[in-house]
Design a protein around this ligand. Sequence first.
Ligand SMILES: [Zn+2]
Length: 170
Amino acid sequence: MPLKANAVESPSLCPLAIPRFVCDEMLKGLGEWLRVAGYDTRMAISGSEDRRVLAMAVEEDRWLITCDRELLCHRRGPEYTILLESDNLKDQIRELTWRLNLDWLFAPFSRCKRCNTLLEKGALPYSNEQPDPGRAMMRHCPNCRQSFWQGSHVRRMRGRLQAFNQSRRC
Ligand SMILES: [Zn+2]
């Protein structure tokens, strides 16, 4: 069971615990960045009832990240919900980083941004894609069969993850 985020003054996870998340449907951008950083993050399906999303968080031991204060009114809501005040991605990232002391360089580019599956090294099996020696490394998602190349966009994204870490408390 996760520690209670909203029940203590300055919440922080046990440093040994790797947090897992479910983002409400308004926070898809944040959820994608959590996946890029390597965190197991589910997205609530559009139109899901609050109590169902909360039940998923409880069942799967995930933090439910939301901007919807009403979730705190549900039983077990305060225990599992991280309520963000900000309505823009940059501030949401800063807020979450501060609250959980989140490390955005936990396991970057290890998880599919699109579907949350752990990526595998190398080219997609049974495809015509050939590893290009000019490009450093390739990974693929065994679930949605998307390929990811190491390239300048990855360097840019890594730079952003590093910048997110500037809001950490230590
Ligand atoms: Zn995928």
